[in-house]
Structure formats: C-alpha cells, structure tokens
Design a protein around this ligand. Structure first.
Ligand code: FAD
Length: 564
C-alpha cells in the first residue's frame, strides 16, 4: 500500500488549495472528495472575493489585511475568474453606523489594501448616489460611499483549477470517494478507509455516481483499523488533513470518540433573479431595515444575486435549504431598498443555501470570527489528524500556505518555496487572450460571445476548447440555446476535470446549471453529449437526466412555493 505524505479529506476550495500547494512543493498528496469538487459550501457563497469590510467593526484587522492580499493575488493570477467590482453603500439618516465611522473604516480598508491597483473609496453626495442608483429609496438618503472589491464569477471553477494544478504536480484526486473510517496505529491517525469510486475515471467509478448528490447522512462511524465494510479500501498517510467544511465534526467522529464539536455552522441563503426593472444598476452593500444585518444585492453574470442570511444551524449539512422566512426577508429588504422594483417570489429564478463552517461559539452569528484555524488533534489525543475550521473562499491561498508550511515542518521535509496559486494563469486579463483566441478561432462555428465566455471560464485554457472544435466542428454546437457553452466543453469536463455526472457538468463545469434556465430545457442534449464522452448506456443517460431534474427541484427551490 502506498503511503502519501498528505491525505486531504474534502475537495472544496480549502482542500483543493492545500492539495495544489502541497503537491507543488513536493509532497505526495491524495485528495478524496465524497461528492464532486466544489459541491459543498464552496458552491454556496456570495461569490465575493473581499477583505470583509464589516470585520473591521470587530477589530479583525489582521484577517482583513490577509484577505485583501489574497484578493489582490486572485485578481492578478486568475483575472478570468475574479474581476473587480465597485460596491455602493447607501448612507441614511439614523443608520446603524454613523457616516464618519464608515468613512474611517473605508480609509483603513484602503490602507490595508496597499497598492492593490484598485481605486480607493469615494464619498458620494445624495445627488451622486441617486444618479448612480436612480431607483434607490430616496427617503432618508444622505449620500453614499463607493469602494472596490472583487467577485468570483464561477467559484466552483476555482476549485477545479486548483485540483488540476494539484494533479499537474502529481497529486491524486479522487472524487465520489468518501472517507468512512480513520485508520489508527495506537492513538496516531495513519490513514483512512475509503468507499466509493474504485479507480478514478473508470466506468465502474462513473456507474457509482448516479444520484450521489441526493441528501446523504453522516458517514457511519467505522472505528480505527476495523474494515468498515467489504467495499472499502485503506490508504495510509503520514498526515491526514480534514478539510471537510461543514462535515469536519462528522469526520472527527469517525475516530469513535465523542468530543465537543469544533464547528457551530451558520446557514446563509441567497436568491437569484433576473435584474428587475427599476432595480439596482450595480452592486449595493446595504443594511437590513428590520434587523440591522448587512446584505448584498449583486449583479452576477446576467442575473441578480441577493444575500445573505446568517442563522445558527445544527442539522444535516447535506439537507441545508433556503426557507420561506429567509426568502421573504431578502425580498422585503431588497424592496425597502428599491421600492419601485417589481419583486415577489415569482421573480425569483432559484434559491440556494450553504453552511459557514465557523468555530463553535455562543456569539450572535454575525459576530463569530471568519478567521480560519488549523486544529492539530495531537492536543486531544489523535496525532496525525488536523482539522480546518472556518475560512473564506477569498483566503484559501493563505490557508493552504499555512497548512503546508506546518506540514513540511511536521514531516521534517526540506522546505520548498510556497506555490503562488494560479501563477501559471497570469496571462493579461481580457483583451490579450481574447484577441489571440479570436484569431485562432477564425472560420470556426463560434460566435464572439462564446469566445469571450470561454476566456472567462477557462482563461488561457480556452484555446483547448477551440482546438477541440477545430478538430470536430460539430462540437461547436451550443449545448443550450440560452447559454454560450459548447459541446466541446463536455469532453474537456470529462477528460480533464473529473466530471462524472450530468450535475457535475451543468452545475460546476459550465455555467448552464446556474443560469436562468438551470439547464432544464437542454438536459437531454447535454446528457447525449456527456453520454458520448463518458460512454454511458441509454439507461444511464435517462437516470442522469432524472437525477439532475430531481436535484434542481430539491436543492434550488428551497423557500419557494413550489419547494420540494
Ligand atoms: P466545502 O466547500 O464544504 O468543502 C468540503 C468538502 O468536503 C465537500 O465538498 C464535501 O463533500 C467533502 N466531504 C465531507 N465529508 C467528506 C468525507 N467523509 N469524505 C470525503 N469528502 C468529504 N467566502 C468568501 O470569501 N466570500 C463570500 O462572499 C462568501 N460568502 C459566503 C456565503 C455563505 C452563505 C456561506 C455559507 C459561506 C460564504 N463564504 C464566503 C465562506 C466560504 O464559502 C467557505 O468558507 C468555504 O467555501 C469553505 O470551503 P471548504 O473547502 O472548507 O468547505
């Protein structure tokens, strides 16, 4: 049996970032993900790559500085996926934070960002604020501030890129592979029992994946070296990193010893809709009238993203959904901000919800620190196991660097320089790639909007999709008439990006599943292309289409009348 330096449990943003960094620095790495890469909390964020202005209120200056540095690196190294945005904060008479304090916070935010290349904050008069957002509720409006941050268009693809970088540095990535037990030698954790796809990419592996996104329960607790069941295999590792997001405590429980939970998850829900008439023109960061909580109204792709809530949650992480009260709250608060916008449940395309894997705390949800922590379980009797608590989408690079620095010390390995994630993707943003791609795609059945989109999705790798279309012009066909994605992307997803199910393809490799139609109209066509690339039988194709439709109904209708 091979012994890896690191076994990483979880293929969210943190697990994939740790894998990319560790593999680039010479460690042997196995990453296992029970579902699909980026399918957990990392798919359910507000998609902001930000320093977290509001954390300054709680004195988290170090966290904000760190996040702003990561924001800058992401903007530089992954300009195709992360782009700058400018948020407006409307200032109202009697608001929860006095304007002078807000301005002080923004000055500090600018200062902590250093020479980031982004503009500094600006104060707007009442008139300037209304010129920028003419449909904003004018009553009580004193003016506003604008300040820069960034947005990840497809956070799931960040995870895919990191996993590809890890694999490029010889890490082994196995999706649909669940850790169902931890192997111990005495008290020391020395590996894990895995259940799921036996060998990545095989027919057998693909066959086991149908419907695996239906709500799952907590992994049943296998204990120590006992084989949990016959369909499991053991892997051994010098260090096991539990990057299971909201499932971190479930993985710890596999040790079979009851301990106080590390996590106190909070739920956050979002609404996605088409931009309403007389609604926001740009990103707005506002304070809810009913409870003083901050919330965002963010143009995202061709839609509007509204969120989020922050509610303590103790249930099964896989079952988290928006509920009717959250939908009503977000709609009412947006309506208070933009009273002329026709907003109702019927204008909501879909909802989604996720769990913040925050440290257990008695504090109100909004006050709990967003700083990450790496817990070495040597302190509670299980050396060889580390758990990641907390963290942000934005700060995955710093987190990975810290974990790998520590791992190199713990494993007594020679220190290698850390890996600036995405350094290889540092082609200049926009024009340069697009111009080159336009030249290369001349004469192919790809339209201007599709080329632009491919650059956004793949960065420098867009050329690989174009090359596939060159070799087989039929694969330049749109998968969905309402989206720019082309069939050649299906092959890329299956061959190079671990896509195994129709949901992987539509929700996390292309933008179709998160677009207004959610891929419901094109599911058959997408499944036909996917079946061809992955060698599906007719029965499997039908199963995939049914499973996808059911998943959309179950996961993205939360809180709406048609829920369930
Ligand atoms: P996850 O993405 O959940 O990954 C953990 C993975 O582990 C999952 O894919 C799961 O399937 C897998 N797993 C679990 N158990 C096992 C097992 N036994 N075997 C194998 N695999 C297993 N951050 C920002 O920077 N900006 C934002 O705007 C932002 N907004 C947010 C809004 C909301 C509502 C929420 C909930 C979070 C937000 N965050 C934001 C925080 C950020 O999304 C999370 O901190 C981050 O995605 C956590 O990533 P992760 O890799 O730790 O967890």
């Amino acid at each position: 049996m091979d012994t890896y330096d690191l076994l990483i449990i979880g293929g969210g943003i943190n697990g994939t970032a740790i894998a990319a960094d560790a593999a680039a620095r010479g460690l042997s790495v196995l990453l296992v993900e029970k579902n699909d890469l980026g399918s957990g909390t990392s798919a359910a964020s507000s998609k902001l790559i930000h320093g977290g202005l509001r954390y300054l209120q709680y004195g988290e200056v170090g966290l904000v500085r760190e996040a702003l540095r990561d924001r800058e690196l992401l903007l530089r190294n992954r300009p195709h996926l992360v782009r700058p945005i400018e948020l407006l904060i409307p200032v109202r008479a009697g608001g929860p934070v006095p304007p002078w304090k807000l301005e002080l916070g923004l000055m500090l935010y600018d200062r902590l960002a250093g020479a980031s290349g982004l503009p500094r904050h600006r104060r707007l008069s009442r008139q300037e604020t209304l010129e920028r957002e003419p449909d904003l509720e004018p009553a009580g409006l004193l003016g506003g501030f604008v300040y820069p941050d960034a947005q990840a268009l497809f956070p799931e693809r960040l995870c895919i890129e990191l996993a590809r970088e890890a694999a490029g540095a010889r890490a082994v990535i196995r999706t649909r592979t669940e850790v169902v037990g931890l192997c111990c030698d005495g008290a020391r954790v020395v590996g894990a029992w895995l259940r799921g796809a036996s060998r990545p990419g095989t027919r057998e592996a693909r066959g086991s994946a149908v419907g695996s996104e239906r709500p799952q329960g907590t992994a049943t607790g296998a204990h120590a070296l006992r084989l949990p069941s016959n369909d499991c295999e053991a892997v051994s590792a010098r260090l096991v990193v539990n990057a299971a997001g909201p499932w971190v405590d479930a993985v710890r429980r596999l040790l079979g010893i009851e301990r106080r939970p590390l996590l106190g998850c909070t739920k956050g829900s979002h609404l996605v809709m088409r931009p309403p008439a007389q609604g926001p023109r740009g990103p707005v960061y506002a304070t809810a009238r009913s409870d003083g909580r901050p919330f965002f109204v963010l143009p995202w792709r061709e839609m509007l993203l509204i969120g989020t809530t922050d509610i303590h949650y103790k249930g099964d992480p896989a079952a988290v959904r928006a509920d009717p009260a959250e939908v009503a709250y977000l709609l009412a608060e947006t309506a208070a901000l933009f009273p002329r916008a026709p907003l109702s449940e019927d204008t909501v395309l879909y909802t989604y919800a996720g769990l913040r894997p925050l440290p257990a705390s008695r504090d109100p949800a909004a006050r709990i620190t967003r700083r990450h922590r790496v817990v070495d379980h040597a302190s509670d009797g299980a050396p060889g196991l580390w758990s990641i608590v907390g963290g942000k989408l934005t700060t995955h690079r710093t987190l990975a660097e810290q974990v790998v620095d520590r791992a190199i010390r713990a494993l007594r390995r020679k220190a290698l320089p850390h890996h600036a994630h995405g350094a290889r993707c540092s082609a200049a943003p926009g024009e340069l790639d697009l111009a080159a791609l336009r030249r290369s795609a001349a004469g192919l059945p790809l339209e201007a909007d599709q080329l632009e989109y491919l650059v956004r999705l793949y960065g420098p790798r867009a050329e690989e999709v174009v090359e596939k279309v060159r070799r087989n012009p039929a694969s330049g066909e749109r998968i969905c008439p309402q989206n720019p994605d082309v069939a050649a992307q299906v092959e890329v997803a299956v061959e190079q990006e671990w896509a195994v199910t129709l949901a992987d393809l539509l929700l996390r490799r292309t933008g179709i599943g998160s677009s207004p139609c959610q891929g419901l109209d094109c599911a058959e066509r997408a499944a036909a292309w996917m079946g061809q690339a992955a060698g599906w039988s007719d029965a499997r194709r039908v199963e995939e289409i049914d499973a996808y439709r059911q998943l959309i109904r179950q996961r993205f209708r939360g809180g709406l009348r048609t829920d369930g």
